[in-house]
Ligand binder design. Structure first.
Ligand code: FAD
Ligand code: NAD
Length: 483
Protein backbone atom coordinates (compact mmCIF):
# COMPACT_ATOMS: atom_id res chain seq x y z
CA UNK A 1 0.00 0.00 0.00
CA UNK A 2 1.27 3.50 -0.76
CA UNK A 3 2.39 5.63 2.14
CA UNK A 4 0.27 8.63 3.10
CA UNK A 5 2.77 10.95 1.43
CA UNK A 6 1.89 9.36 -1.96
CA UNK A 7 -1.74 10.21 -1.62
CA UNK A 8 -3.33 12.15 -4.47
CA UNK A 9 -5.42 15.06 -3.32
CA UNK A 10 -9.01 15.67 -4.46
CA UNK A 11 -11.82 17.93 -3.27
CA UNK A 12 -14.22 15.01 -3.65
CA UNK A 13 -13.73 11.27 -4.06
CA UNK A 14 -16.80 9.22 -4.90
CA UNK A 15 -16.99 5.45 -4.46
CA UNK A 16 -19.38 4.01 -7.05
CA UNK A 17 -20.37 5.21 -10.53
CA UNK A 18 -24.03 4.16 -10.74
CA UNK A 19 -26.73 6.82 -11.25
CA UNK A 20 -26.02 8.09 -7.72
CA UNK A 21 -22.23 8.30 -7.98
CA UNK A 22 -21.77 9.35 -11.62
CA UNK A 23 -24.34 12.16 -11.34
CA UNK A 24 -22.71 13.36 -8.11
CA UNK A 25 -19.31 13.30 -9.85
CA UNK A 26 -20.49 15.34 -12.84
CA UNK A 27 -22.28 17.88 -10.62
CA UNK A 28 -19.21 18.22 -8.34
CA UNK A 29 -17.02 18.85 -11.40
CA UNK A 30 -19.54 21.37 -12.79
CA UNK A 31 -19.24 23.22 -9.47
CA UNK A 32 -15.47 23.48 -9.90
CA UNK A 33 -14.49 20.73 -7.46
CA UNK A 34 -11.53 18.48 -8.28
CA UNK A 35 -13.32 15.13 -8.45
CA UNK A 36 -12.38 11.45 -8.74
CA UNK A 37 -14.84 8.55 -9.05
CA UNK A 38 -13.76 5.00 -8.20
CA UNK A 39 -15.76 2.10 -9.64
CA UNK A 40 -15.10 -1.65 -9.79
CA UNK A 41 -17.71 -2.76 -12.36
CA UNK A 42 -16.46 -4.95 -15.21
CA UNK A 43 -18.62 -5.23 -18.33
CA UNK A 44 -19.42 -8.44 -20.22
CA UNK A 45 -16.12 -8.17 -22.14
CA UNK A 46 -14.19 -7.88 -18.86
CA UNK A 47 -13.40 -4.19 -19.33
CA UNK A 48 -14.26 -1.51 -16.75
CA UNK A 49 -17.53 0.33 -17.45
CA UNK A 50 -19.40 3.14 -15.77
CA UNK A 51 -23.13 3.29 -14.97
CA UNK A 52 -23.42 0.66 -12.20
CA UNK A 53 -26.47 -1.54 -11.86
CA UNK A 54 -28.85 0.86 -13.62
CA UNK A 55 -27.05 1.00 -16.94
CA UNK A 56 -25.44 -2.44 -17.03
CA UNK A 57 -27.97 -4.86 -15.52
CA UNK A 58 -30.91 -2.78 -14.32
CA UNK A 59 -33.12 -0.01 -15.65
CA UNK A 60 -31.70 0.20 -19.16
CA UNK A 61 -31.32 -3.43 -20.30
CA UNK A 62 -34.65 -4.37 -18.69
CA UNK A 63 -36.42 -1.50 -20.48
CA UNK A 64 -34.73 -2.42 -23.78
CA UNK A 65 -36.10 -5.97 -23.46
CA UNK A 66 -39.51 -4.74 -22.29
CA UNK A 67 -39.68 -2.53 -25.39
CA UNK A 68 -38.61 -5.29 -27.80
CA UNK A 69 -40.79 -7.98 -26.22
CA UNK A 70 -43.70 -5.50 -26.17
CA UNK A 71 -43.45 -5.06 -29.93
CA UNK A 72 -43.33 -8.83 -30.45
CA UNK A 73 -46.41 -9.24 -28.24
CA UNK A 74 -48.25 -6.46 -30.10
CA UNK A 75 -47.55 -7.94 -33.49
CA UNK A 76 -48.83 -11.32 -32.28
CA UNK A 77 -51.84 -10.11 -30.32
CA UNK A 78 -52.96 -6.54 -31.05
CA UNK A 79 -52.14 -5.83 -34.70
CA UNK A 80 -55.12 -7.87 -35.94
CA UNK A 81 -57.53 -5.51 -34.13
CA UNK A 82 -56.09 -2.66 -36.21
CA UNK A 83 -56.71 -4.60 -39.42
CA UNK A 84 -53.08 -5.55 -39.85
CA UNK A 85 -52.28 -9.15 -40.59
CA UNK A 86 -48.71 -10.19 -40.00
CA UNK A 87 -47.59 -13.63 -41.01
CA UNK A 88 -44.25 -15.36 -40.65
CA UNK A 89 -43.39 -13.37 -37.52
CA UNK A 90 -40.25 -14.84 -35.99
CA UNK A 91 -38.30 -14.12 -32.86
CA UNK A 92 -34.56 -13.59 -33.24
CA UNK A 93 -33.62 -13.66 -29.56
CA UNK A 94 -29.89 -13.32 -30.23
CA UNK A 95 -30.52 -10.11 -32.17
CA UNK A 96 -32.87 -8.78 -29.48
CA UNK A 97 -30.15 -9.41 -26.90
CA UNK A 98 -27.42 -7.82 -29.00
CA UNK A 99 -29.61 -4.74 -29.55
CA UNK A 100 -30.05 -4.52 -25.76
CA UNK A 101 -26.26 -4.87 -25.29
CA UNK A 102 -25.64 -2.09 -27.81
CA UNK A 103 -28.07 0.25 -26.04
CA UNK A 104 -26.20 -0.43 -22.79
CA UNK A 105 -22.79 -0.03 -24.39
CA UNK A 106 -23.70 3.27 -26.09
CA UNK A 107 -24.99 4.71 -22.82
CA UNK A 108 -22.07 3.58 -20.65
CA UNK A 109 -19.63 4.99 -23.22
CA UNK A 110 -21.68 8.19 -23.06
CA UNK A 111 -20.95 8.48 -19.33
CA UNK A 112 -17.25 7.94 -19.94
CA UNK A 113 -17.48 10.82 -22.46
CA UNK A 114 -19.25 13.01 -19.90
CA UNK A 115 -16.57 12.26 -17.28
CA UNK A 116 -13.91 13.31 -19.78
CA UNK A 117 -15.77 16.45 -20.84
CA UNK A 118 -16.26 17.52 -17.21
CA UNK A 119 -12.76 16.58 -16.06
CA UNK A 120 -13.84 13.81 -13.64
CA UNK A 121 -10.97 11.37 -12.93
CA UNK A 122 -12.26 7.78 -13.42
CA UNK A 123 -10.36 5.31 -11.23
CA UNK A 124 -10.98 1.68 -12.12
CA UNK A 125 -11.00 -0.68 -9.15
CA UNK A 126 -12.35 -1.09 -5.67
CA UNK A 127 -12.55 1.79 -3.19
CA UNK A 128 -12.43 1.58 0.59
CA UNK A 129 -12.98 4.46 3.01
CA UNK A 130 -10.07 4.96 5.44
CA UNK A 131 -10.00 7.36 8.41
CA UNK A 132 -9.62 11.11 7.74
CA UNK A 133 -11.38 11.04 4.33
CA UNK A 134 -8.72 8.92 2.68
CA UNK A 135 -9.77 6.35 0.09
CA UNK A 136 -7.79 3.24 -0.68
CA UNK A 137 -8.10 2.16 -4.31
CA UNK A 138 -7.30 -1.41 -5.34
CA UNK A 139 -7.00 -1.48 -9.12
CA UNK A 140 -8.16 -4.52 -11.13
CA UNK A 141 -4.49 -5.65 -11.38
CA UNK A 142 -4.22 -5.56 -7.57
CA UNK A 143 -2.15 -2.36 -7.41
CA UNK A 144 -3.04 -0.23 -4.40
CA UNK A 145 -3.00 3.53 -3.95
CA UNK A 146 -4.43 6.01 -1.48
CA UNK A 147 -6.34 9.19 -2.31
CA UNK A 148 -6.67 12.16 0.02
CA UNK A 149 -10.08 13.82 -0.15
CA UNK A 150 -11.69 16.81 1.51
CA UNK A 151 -15.08 15.12 1.05
CA UNK A 152 -16.08 11.54 0.26
CA UNK A 153 -19.37 10.38 -1.24
CA UNK A 154 -20.24 6.71 -0.83
CA UNK A 155 -22.45 5.43 -3.67
CA UNK A 156 -21.80 1.67 -3.74
CA UNK A 157 -25.33 0.66 -4.73
CA UNK A 158 -26.92 -2.71 -4.06
CA UNK A 159 -26.94 -6.39 -5.09
CA UNK A 160 -29.66 -9.02 -5.40
CA UNK A 161 -30.63 -10.81 -2.22
CA UNK A 162 -29.92 -14.56 -2.36
CA UNK A 163 -32.00 -17.08 -0.44
CA UNK A 164 -30.97 -20.46 0.95
CA UNK A 165 -34.14 -22.07 -0.47
CA UNK A 166 -33.00 -21.31 -4.04
CA UNK A 167 -29.20 -21.09 -4.36
CA UNK A 168 -28.16 -19.60 -7.71
CA UNK A 169 -26.98 -22.02 -10.42
CA UNK A 170 -25.50 -20.50 -13.57
CA UNK A 171 -28.05 -20.22 -16.37
CA UNK A 172 -30.71 -22.18 -14.45
CA UNK A 173 -31.49 -20.51 -11.12
CA UNK A 174 -30.58 -16.88 -11.72
CA UNK A 175 -30.90 -13.39 -10.29
CA UNK A 176 -32.20 -10.43 -12.33
CA UNK A 177 -28.87 -10.09 -14.18
CA UNK A 178 -29.04 -13.73 -15.33
CA UNK A 179 -32.65 -13.23 -16.42
CA UNK A 180 -31.50 -10.51 -18.84
CA UNK A 181 -29.21 -12.90 -20.71
CA UNK A 182 -31.13 -16.15 -21.31
CA UNK A 183 -30.08 -17.53 -24.71
CA UNK A 184 -33.41 -19.25 -25.32
CA UNK A 185 -36.97 -18.66 -24.25
CA UNK A 186 -37.71 -20.99 -21.30
CA UNK A 187 -40.84 -23.07 -21.85
CA UNK A 188 -41.77 -22.80 -18.19
CA UNK A 189 -40.28 -20.01 -16.13
CA UNK A 190 -40.56 -19.67 -12.36
CA UNK A 191 -40.05 -16.37 -10.55
CA UNK A 192 -39.65 -16.11 -6.78
CA UNK A 193 -41.02 -12.70 -5.77
CA UNK A 194 -43.85 -10.83 -7.51
CA UNK A 195 -42.30 -7.42 -6.86
CA UNK A 196 -41.08 -4.90 -9.41
CA UNK A 197 -38.34 -7.07 -10.94
CA UNK A 198 -40.47 -10.23 -10.92
CA UNK A 199 -43.30 -8.47 -12.75
CA UNK A 200 -41.10 -6.67 -15.30
CA UNK A 201 -38.87 -9.62 -16.19
CA UNK A 202 -41.76 -12.09 -15.88
CA UNK A 203 -43.58 -9.92 -18.45
CA UNK A 204 -40.60 -9.90 -20.83
CA UNK A 205 -40.42 -13.70 -20.95
CA UNK A 206 -44.20 -14.22 -21.03
CA UNK A 207 -44.40 -11.96 -24.08
CA UNK A 208 -41.65 -13.97 -25.74
CA UNK A 209 -43.55 -17.22 -25.15
CA UNK A 210 -42.79 -18.57 -21.66
CA UNK A 211 -45.43 -19.86 -19.29
CA UNK A 212 -44.61 -17.81 -16.21
CA UNK A 213 -45.39 -18.71 -12.59
CA UNK A 214 -44.67 -16.11 -9.90
CA UNK A 215 -44.43 -17.30 -6.30
CA UNK A 216 -44.93 -14.43 -3.88
CA UNK A 217 -44.51 -14.89 -0.13
CA UNK A 218 -46.89 -12.07 0.86
CA UNK A 219 -50.66 -12.56 0.86
CA UNK A 220 -51.04 -9.04 -0.54
CA UNK A 221 -50.11 -8.23 -4.13
CA UNK A 222 -47.95 -5.10 -4.63
CA UNK A 223 -48.47 -3.81 -1.11
CA UNK A 224 -46.48 -0.63 -1.90
CA UNK A 225 -49.00 0.52 -4.51
CA UNK A 226 -52.46 1.98 -3.99
CA UNK A 227 -54.84 -0.91 -3.14
CA UNK A 228 -57.29 -0.19 -5.95
CA UNK A 229 -54.50 0.07 -8.54
CA UNK A 230 -52.83 -3.12 -7.26
CA UNK A 231 -56.15 -4.97 -7.50
CA UNK A 232 -56.63 -3.83 -11.10
CA UNK A 233 -53.00 -4.73 -11.92
CA UNK A 234 -53.44 -8.26 -10.55
CA UNK A 235 -56.58 -8.70 -12.66
CA UNK A 236 -54.81 -7.49 -15.82
CA UNK A 237 -51.65 -9.57 -15.28
CA UNK A 238 -53.67 -12.73 -14.60
CA UNK A 239 -55.68 -12.10 -17.77
CA UNK A 240 -52.43 -11.89 -19.74
CA UNK A 241 -51.47 -15.31 -18.42
CA UNK A 242 -49.03 -14.44 -15.62
CA UNK A 243 -49.74 -17.14 -13.02
CA UNK A 244 -49.32 -15.18 -9.77
CA UNK A 245 -49.58 -17.25 -6.60
CA UNK A 246 -49.77 -15.27 -3.36
CA UNK A 247 -48.86 -16.48 0.12
CA UNK A 248 -46.39 -18.92 -1.49
CA UNK A 249 -43.25 -19.57 0.59
CA UNK A 250 -40.48 -21.37 -1.30
CA UNK A 251 -38.77 -23.88 1.00
CA UNK A 252 -36.31 -25.63 -1.33
CA UNK A 253 -35.37 -26.30 -4.96
CA UNK A 254 -33.93 -29.36 -6.68
CA UNK A 255 -32.34 -28.92 -10.03
CA UNK A 256 -32.03 -31.90 -12.39
CA UNK A 257 -32.36 -33.03 -16.01
CA UNK A 258 -36.06 -32.17 -16.12
CA UNK A 259 -35.52 -28.63 -14.82
CA UNK A 260 -35.93 -27.13 -11.39
CA UNK A 261 -38.44 -28.55 -8.94
CA UNK A 262 -39.50 -25.65 -6.72
CA UNK A 263 -41.02 -26.77 -3.43
CA UNK A 264 -43.28 -24.24 -1.76
CA UNK A 265 -45.94 -23.98 0.91
CA UNK A 266 -49.10 -21.91 0.95
CA UNK A 267 -52.33 -21.83 2.97
CA UNK A 268 -53.45 -25.04 1.24
CA UNK A 269 -50.32 -27.10 1.98
CA UNK A 270 -47.11 -28.25 0.25
CA UNK A 271 -46.65 -28.00 -3.52
CA UNK A 272 -43.99 -28.59 -6.17
CA UNK A 273 -43.78 -26.61 -9.39
CA UNK A 274 -41.32 -27.74 -12.06
CA UNK A 275 -39.84 -25.07 -14.29
CA UNK A 276 -37.05 -24.88 -16.87
CA UNK A 277 -35.51 -21.77 -15.36
CA UNK A 278 -36.01 -19.92 -12.12
CA UNK A 279 -35.49 -16.22 -11.38
CA UNK A 280 -34.90 -15.18 -7.78
CA UNK A 281 -36.21 -11.60 -7.38
CA UNK A 282 -36.78 -11.13 -3.66
CA UNK A 283 -35.24 -7.69 -3.14
CA UNK A 284 -31.80 -6.07 -3.01
CA UNK A 285 -29.29 -5.37 -0.23
CA UNK A 286 -26.77 -2.52 0.09
CA UNK A 287 -23.15 -3.09 -1.02
CA UNK A 288 -21.63 -1.91 2.23
CA UNK A 289 -19.60 -4.92 3.34
CA UNK A 290 -15.92 -3.91 3.44
CA UNK A 291 -16.78 -0.41 2.17
CA UNK A 292 -15.14 1.32 5.13
CA UNK A 293 -12.23 0.24 7.34
CA UNK A 294 -13.37 -0.66 10.86
CA UNK A 295 -11.34 2.24 12.34
CA UNK A 296 -13.55 4.71 10.44
CA UNK A 297 -16.55 3.85 12.63
CA UNK A 298 -19.04 4.38 9.79
CA UNK A 299 -22.51 3.81 11.20
CA UNK A 300 -24.66 1.24 9.37
CA UNK A 301 -28.19 0.24 10.31
CA UNK A 302 -29.23 -3.34 11.11
CA UNK A 303 -29.78 -4.15 7.39
CA UNK A 304 -26.39 -2.74 6.36
CA UNK A 305 -27.61 0.60 4.96
CA UNK A 306 -25.33 3.56 5.68
CA UNK A 307 -27.00 5.73 8.29
CA UNK A 308 -27.60 9.25 6.90
CA UNK A 309 -29.62 12.36 7.68
CA UNK A 310 -31.91 14.24 5.24
CA UNK A 311 -28.87 15.75 3.52
CA UNK A 312 -27.19 12.34 3.18
CA UNK A 313 -24.50 13.14 5.77
CA UNK A 314 -23.16 10.03 7.53
CA UNK A 315 -21.97 9.97 11.16
CA UNK A 316 -18.46 10.84 9.87
CA UNK A 317 -17.51 14.45 9.09
CA UNK A 318 -17.37 15.23 5.35
CA UNK A 319 -18.48 11.71 4.43
CA UNK A 320 -21.83 11.42 2.61
CA UNK A 321 -23.74 8.39 1.31
CA UNK A 322 -26.39 8.22 -1.41
CA UNK A 323 -28.47 5.90 -3.61
CA UNK A 324 -29.42 2.29 -2.94
CA UNK A 325 -26.95 2.08 -0.05
CA UNK A 326 -29.04 4.45 2.09
CA UNK A 327 -32.67 4.57 3.30
CA UNK A 328 -35.51 5.30 0.90
CA UNK A 329 -36.67 3.64 -2.31
CA UNK A 330 -34.06 1.84 -4.42
CA UNK A 331 -34.63 3.94 -7.53
CA UNK A 332 -32.11 5.41 -9.95
CA UNK A 333 -33.68 8.89 -9.97
CA UNK A 334 -33.71 8.99 -6.16
CA UNK A 335 -29.96 8.25 -6.09
CA UNK A 336 -29.24 10.81 -8.82
CA UNK A 337 -31.14 13.57 -7.01
CA UNK A 338 -29.28 12.75 -3.80
CA UNK A 339 -26.01 12.96 -5.78
CA UNK A 340 -26.90 16.45 -7.02
CA UNK A 341 -27.98 17.57 -3.55
CA UNK A 342 -24.77 16.35 -1.90
CA UNK A 343 -22.55 17.93 -4.60
CA UNK A 344 -24.28 21.26 -4.01
CA UNK A 345 -24.05 20.96 -0.22
CA UNK A 346 -20.30 20.26 -0.56
CA UNK A 347 -19.96 23.31 -2.80
CA UNK A 348 -21.52 25.40 -0.02
CA UNK A 349 -24.91 25.84 -1.67
CA UNK A 350 -28.27 25.47 -0.01
CA UNK A 351 -29.68 22.21 -1.33
CA UNK A 352 -32.43 19.85 -0.30
CA UNK A 353 -34.51 17.09 -1.74
CA UNK A 354 -38.23 16.40 -1.42
CA UNK A 355 -38.44 12.75 -0.37
CA UNK A 356 -42.26 12.91 -0.25
CA UNK A 357 -42.72 13.11 -4.01
CA UNK A 358 -40.47 10.53 -5.65
CA UNK A 359 -42.31 8.87 -8.54
CA UNK A 360 -42.43 5.07 -8.77
CA UNK A 361 -43.05 3.27 -12.04
CA UNK A 362 -43.48 -0.40 -12.90
CA UNK A 363 -42.84 -0.82 -16.62
CA UNK A 364 -45.24 -3.68 -17.27
CA UNK A 365 -48.19 -3.48 -19.61
CA UNK A 366 -50.25 -1.73 -18.48
CA UNK A 367 -47.67 0.41 -16.72
CA UNK A 368 -48.22 1.37 -13.10
CA UNK A 369 -47.06 4.74 -11.79
CA UNK A 370 -47.62 6.77 -8.69
CA UNK A 371 -46.39 9.70 -6.64
CA UNK A 372 -47.35 10.79 -3.16
CA UNK A 373 -49.52 8.89 -0.72
CA UNK A 374 -51.96 6.03 -1.15
CA UNK A 375 -55.56 5.92 0.03
CA UNK A 376 -54.71 3.20 2.55
CA UNK A 377 -51.94 5.35 4.07
CA UNK A 378 -54.31 8.31 4.40
CA UNK A 379 -56.98 6.12 6.00
CA UNK A 380 -54.41 4.79 8.48
CA UNK A 381 -53.30 8.34 9.30
CA UNK A 382 -56.91 9.49 9.72
CA UNK A 383 -56.49 12.23 7.08
CA UNK A 384 -59.72 13.30 5.35
CA UNK A 385 -59.44 13.24 1.58
CA UNK A 386 -61.40 13.31 -1.67
CA UNK A 387 -60.75 11.03 -4.63
CA UNK A 388 -61.41 11.57 -8.31
CA UNK A 389 -60.79 8.83 -10.83
CA UNK A 390 -61.13 8.49 -14.56
CA UNK A 391 -60.96 5.28 -16.62
CA UNK A 392 -58.90 5.22 -19.82
CA UNK A 393 -61.90 3.42 -21.36
CA UNK A 394 -63.51 6.89 -21.53
CA UNK A 395 -60.45 8.52 -23.13
CA UNK A 396 -60.75 9.13 -26.87
CA UNK A 397 -56.99 8.81 -27.37
CA UNK A 398 -56.75 5.54 -25.43
CA UNK A 399 -59.68 4.17 -27.47
CA UNK A 400 -58.07 5.29 -30.74
CA UNK A 401 -54.88 3.51 -29.70
CA UNK A 402 -56.86 0.38 -28.84
CA UNK A 403 -55.22 0.38 -25.43
CA UNK A 404 -57.76 1.63 -22.92
CA UNK A 405 -57.36 -0.46 -19.77
CA UNK A 406 -56.68 1.21 -16.46
CA UNK A 407 -57.39 4.53 -14.80
CA UNK A 408 -56.04 7.73 -13.28
CA UNK A 409 -56.79 8.46 -9.65
CA UNK A 410 -56.19 11.84 -7.98
CA UNK A 411 -56.33 12.09 -4.19
CA UNK A 412 -56.71 15.56 -2.65
CA UNK A 413 -56.83 16.80 0.93
CA UNK A 414 -60.50 17.24 1.93
CA UNK A 415 -59.79 20.52 3.70
CA UNK A 416 -57.17 22.24 1.53
CA UNK A 417 -57.75 20.43 -1.81
CA UNK A 418 -53.95 20.06 -2.14
CA UNK A 419 -53.05 17.04 -4.28
CA UNK A 420 -51.63 14.37 -1.94
CA UNK A 421 -51.24 11.46 -4.34
CA UNK A 422 -51.74 10.43 -7.96
CA UNK A 423 -51.96 6.77 -8.95
CA UNK A 424 -52.19 5.56 -12.52
CA UNK A 425 -52.42 2.21 -14.25
CA UNK A 426 -52.42 2.27 -18.03
CA UNK A 427 -50.34 2.66 -21.16
CA UNK A 428 -47.59 5.32 -21.05
CA UNK A 429 -48.32 6.29 -17.46
CA UNK A 430 -44.55 6.37 -16.81
CA UNK A 431 -44.73 9.65 -18.77
CA UNK A 432 -48.11 10.83 -17.43
CA UNK A 433 -46.94 10.67 -13.82
CA UNK A 434 -44.49 13.53 -14.43
CA UNK A 435 -47.41 15.97 -14.66
CA UNK A 436 -48.58 14.86 -11.24
CA UNK A 437 -45.07 15.20 -9.83
CA UNK A 438 -44.73 18.75 -11.16
CA UNK A 439 -48.18 19.69 -9.86
CA UNK A 440 -47.47 18.26 -6.41
CA UNK A 441 -44.00 19.80 -6.29
CA UNK A 442 -45.64 23.19 -6.95
CA UNK A 443 -48.20 22.52 -4.19
CA UNK A 444 -51.11 22.39 -6.69
CA UNK A 445 -54.70 21.76 -5.66
CA UNK A 446 -56.95 19.42 -7.63
CA UNK A 447 -58.73 22.59 -8.75
CA UNK A 448 -55.44 23.91 -10.22
CA UNK A 449 -55.20 20.73 -12.30
CA UNK A 450 -58.89 20.97 -13.17
CA UNK A 451 -58.42 24.57 -14.40
CA UNK A 452 -55.43 23.66 -16.60
CA UNK A 453 -55.99 23.22 -20.35
CA UNK A 454 -54.83 19.87 -21.73
CA UNK A 455 -54.52 19.08 -25.44
CA UNK A 456 -57.12 16.85 -27.09
CA UNK A 457 -56.97 13.98 -27.80
CA UNK A 458 -54.24 12.97 -25.34
CA UNK A 459 -53.91 10.50 -22.49
CA UNK A 460 -53.06 13.52 -20.32
CA UNK A 461 -56.70 14.60 -20.53
CA UNK A 462 -57.42 11.68 -18.21
CA UNK A 463 -55.34 13.38 -15.51
CA UNK A 464 -57.47 16.49 -16.09
CA UNK A 465 -60.71 14.51 -15.89
CA UNK A 466 -59.60 12.72 -12.70
CA UNK A 467 -58.86 16.12 -11.15
CA UNK A 468 -62.30 17.36 -12.25
CA UNK A 469 -63.83 14.20 -10.74
CA UNK A 470 -62.41 15.08 -7.29
CA UNK A 471 -65.07 17.75 -7.20
CA UNK A 472 -67.74 15.82 -9.08
CA UNK A 473 -67.14 17.70 -12.34
CA UNK A 474 -65.74 15.08 -14.74
CA UNK A 475 -67.31 15.47 -18.18
CA UNK A 476 -66.77 12.13 -19.89
CA UNK A 477 -67.91 9.82 -17.06
CA UNK A 478 -70.84 9.99 -14.65
CA UNK A 479 -69.65 11.52 -11.36
CA UNK A 480 -70.07 9.76 -8.02
CA UNK A 481 -70.31 13.14 -6.34
CA UNK A 482 -72.71 15.64 -8.00
CA UNK A 483 -71.99 19.34 -8.22
P1 FAD B 1 -25.60 1.16 -8.47
O1 FAD B 1 -26.28 1.49 -9.74
O2 FAD B 1 -25.76 -0.21 -7.91
O3 FAD B 1 -24.07 1.50 -8.69
C1 FAD B 1 -23.12 1.30 -7.69
C2 FAD B 1 -21.76 1.18 -8.33
O4 FAD B 1 -20.78 1.18 -7.31
C3 FAD B 1 -21.56 -0.11 -9.11
O5 FAD B 1 -20.93 0.14 -10.33
C4 FAD B 1 -20.68 -0.94 -8.18
O6 FAD B 1 -19.86 -1.85 -8.90
C5 FAD B 1 -19.84 0.15 -7.56
N1 FAD B 1 -19.23 -0.22 -6.29
C6 FAD B 1 -19.82 -0.78 -5.21
N2 FAD B 1 -18.93 -0.88 -4.20
C7 FAD B 1 -17.76 -0.39 -4.67
C8 FAD B 1 -16.46 -0.25 -4.11
N3 FAD B 1 -16.21 -0.60 -2.86
N4 FAD B 1 -15.49 0.28 -4.88
C9 FAD B 1 -15.74 0.65 -6.17
N5 FAD B 1 -16.95 0.54 -6.75
C10 FAD B 1 -17.94 0.03 -6.00
N6 FAD B 1 -34.59 1.90 -10.90
C11 FAD B 1 -35.35 2.82 -11.52
O7 FAD B 1 -35.44 3.96 -11.04
N7 FAD B 1 -36.02 2.54 -12.67
C12 FAD B 1 -35.97 1.32 -13.24
O8 FAD B 1 -36.58 1.10 -14.28
C13 FAD B 1 -35.18 0.32 -12.62
N8 FAD B 1 -35.08 -0.91 -13.16
C14 FAD B 1 -34.28 -1.85 -12.56
C15 FAD B 1 -34.21 -3.12 -13.12
C16 FAD B 1 -33.42 -4.09 -12.53
C17 FAD B 1 -33.35 -5.46 -13.18
C18 FAD B 1 -32.67 -3.78 -11.38
C19 FAD B 1 -31.77 -4.81 -10.76
C20 FAD B 1 -32.73 -2.53 -10.80
C21 FAD B 1 -33.56 -1.55 -11.38
N9 FAD B 1 -33.69 -0.27 -10.83
C22 FAD B 1 -34.49 0.66 -11.43
C23 FAD B 1 -32.98 0.10 -9.61
C24 FAD B 1 -31.73 0.92 -9.98
O9 FAD B 1 -30.91 0.16 -10.84
C25 FAD B 1 -30.97 1.31 -8.73
O10 FAD B 1 -31.84 1.99 -7.85
C26 FAD B 1 -29.80 2.21 -9.06
O11 FAD B 1 -28.92 1.60 -9.96
C27 FAD B 1 -29.04 2.59 -7.79
O12 FAD B 1 -28.03 3.47 -8.11
P2 FAD B 1 -26.71 3.57 -7.20
O13 FAD B 1 -25.85 4.58 -7.88
O14 FAD B 1 -27.09 3.76 -5.81
O15 FAD B 1 -26.03 2.14 -7.29
P1 NAD C 1 -39.24 -5.89 -4.46
O1 NAD C 1 -39.09 -5.52 -3.04
O2 NAD C 1 -39.96 -4.98 -5.39
O3 NAD C 1 -40.01 -7.29 -4.58
C1 NAD C 1 -39.57 -8.44 -3.95
C2 NAD C 1 -40.77 -9.32 -3.72
O4 NAD C 1 -40.30 -10.57 -3.30
C3 NAD C 1 -41.69 -8.78 -2.64
O5 NAD C 1 -43.01 -8.78 -3.10
C4 NAD C 1 -41.49 -9.77 -1.49
O6 NAD C 1 -42.64 -9.94 -0.71
C5 NAD C 1 -41.13 -11.02 -2.24
N1 NAD C 1 -40.33 -11.97 -1.46
C6 NAD C 1 -39.32 -11.71 -0.60
N2 NAD C 1 -38.80 -12.87 -0.12
C7 NAD C 1 -39.51 -13.87 -0.72
C8 NAD C 1 -39.43 -15.27 -0.67
N3 NAD C 1 -38.53 -15.89 0.10
N4 NAD C 1 -40.30 -16.00 -1.41
C9 NAD C 1 -41.21 -15.38 -2.22
N5 NAD C 1 -41.32 -14.03 -2.29
C10 NAD C 1 -40.47 -13.29 -1.57
O7 NAD C 1 -37.76 -6.24 -4.96
P2 NAD C 1 -37.21 -6.57 -6.40
O8 NAD C 1 -38.34 -6.85 -7.34
O9 NAD C 1 -36.16 -7.59 -6.20
O10 NAD C 1 -36.54 -5.21 -6.81
C11 NAD C 1 -35.45 -4.69 -6.02
C12 NAD C 1 -35.44 -3.19 -6.07
O11 NAD C 1 -35.08 -2.74 -7.36
C13 NAD C 1 -36.77 -2.59 -5.72
O12 NAD C 1 -36.63 -1.90 -4.51
C14 NAD C 1 -37.10 -1.66 -6.81
O13 NAD C 1 -37.33 -0.37 -6.31
C15 NAD C 1 -35.87 -1.63 -7.71
N6 NAD C 1 -36.37 -1.79 -9.09
C16 NAD C 1 -37.09 -0.75 -9.61
C17 NAD C 1 -37.64 -0.87 -10.86
C18 NAD C 1 -38.44 0.26 -11.41
O14 NAD C 1 -38.34 1.35 -10.89
N7 NAD C 1 -39.23 0.04 -12.44
C19 NAD C 1 -37.45 -2.03 -11.59
C20 NAD C 1 -36.73 -3.07 -11.03
C21 NAD C 1 -36.18 -2.92 -9.77
Amino acid sequence: MSKQGDAKKYDVVIIGAGPGGYVAAIRCAQLGLKTACVDRWLGVDGNPVLGGTCLNVGCIPSKALLESSGRYDDINHSFADHGITASGVKLDLAKMMSRKDKVVNDLTQGIAGLFKANGVMWLQGSGKLLPKQQVQVTAHDGKESVLDATHVILAPGSSSVEIGAAPLEEGVIVDSSGALTFDEVPKRLGVIGAGVIGLELGSVWRRLGSEVVLLEAQDTFLGVADEQIAKEALRQFKRQGLDIRLGARVVSCESGKKGVAVNYQDGKGDHTETVDKLIVAVGRRPNTQGLAADEVGLLLDEWGFVHVNDQCRTNQPSVYAIGDAVRGPMLAHKGSEEGMMVAEVIAGQKAEMNYDIIPSVIYTHPEIAWAGVTEQALRAAGTEYNVGSFPFAASGRARAAGDSSGMVKVIADANTDRVLGVHIIGAHCSELIAQAVIAMEMGASSEDLAMTVFAHPTLSESVHEAALAVDGRAIHVPNKKKR
